[in-house]
Design a protein around this ligand. Structure first.
Ligand SMILES: [Zn+2]
Length: 240
């Protein structure tokens, strides 16, 4: 598959040869003009739409479309205003960013075109055929999100099972964190130093050790270093 930029170059090159002679008086302006013209044409002809930015692991901004939520995949939260970053949230965002940011993608839709937040719901494909929604689950950077039915649900469920069995990504042995959704036993966790896991609650302003009585209502794992930036250590369980 030809990428947008190489198409633009080859178009501009072939066009420059015949155009050069009669327009020698302003060679730079001409070159720029031709490059621009063919850049526009190539962009129009290039497959797919530009991913301007990755918001988090399952949400991207696509040129001309706006906010796009990937159908059927749920990655750990990184940008919720009232909650701390979830385990593996940063890794999931980074993975999606590496995969699609600045690239042209093809969008496909299911029965619902938007969600209740007005985001466009889509399946995202790279020019090389990579199915981005599925790839995130396959590599263990997100869950199959099966609350609402969708076309690829069974495939995504299967991919999640495989990722889990293969201990990929967030299903893997946890270093410096605990994952409430993975089945890692306490013995496989290896917290160390500032990367050790502490816990916060949905509403509280303090962080706690595992087992603290203030964690009875909610208990959200967070790395010790991240907690220290935004929360106070609990005076009862003294997590420091
Ligand atoms: Zn405590």
């Amino acid at each position: 598959m030809t990428s947008g930029s190489s198409a633009a170059l080859s178009c501009a090159d072939s066009a420059l040869a015949p155009a050069r002679r009669p327009l020698l008086r302003h060679p730079l302006a001409v070159r720029c003009g031709i490059a621009f013209l063919f850049g526009v044409l190539a962009a129009g002809a290039a497959p797919g739409q530009l991913v301007e930015r990755v918001v988090d692991g399952d949400t991207i901004i696509v040129e001309g479309v706006g906010r796009v939520r990937l159908i059927g995949v749920d990655t750990p939260e990184t940008v919720h205003p009232n909650q701390p970053v979830e385990f593996f949230g940063k890794e999931a965002s980074a993975f999606t960013r590496r995969l699609v940011e600045g690239k042209r993608v093809r969008l496909e839709y299911d029965s619902d075109r938007t969600d209740r937040y007005g985001r466009t719901l889509a399946y995202v494909y790279l020019p090389n055929g990579t199915f981005v929604n599925a790839e995130i689950i396959r590599r263990g950077y997100g869950h199959a999100y099966t609350r609402f039915p969708f076309q690829h649900m069974e495939t995504f469920r299967q991919l999640e099972r495989e990722a889990r069995n293969g201990r990929r990504g967030l299903w893997g042995d946890v270093v410096g964190g605990t994952n409430p959704r993975a089945s890692a036993s306490p013995e496989t966790r290896r917290p160390a130093g500032g990367a050790a896991t502490v816990y916060v609650t949905r509403t509280g302003r303090k962080y706690h050790r595992e087992g603290c009585r203030f964690l009875s209502k909610s208990k959200i794992p967070i790395k010790r270093n991240d907690a220290a930036d935004r929360y106070e250590p609990c005076g009862v369980c003294k997590p420091d």
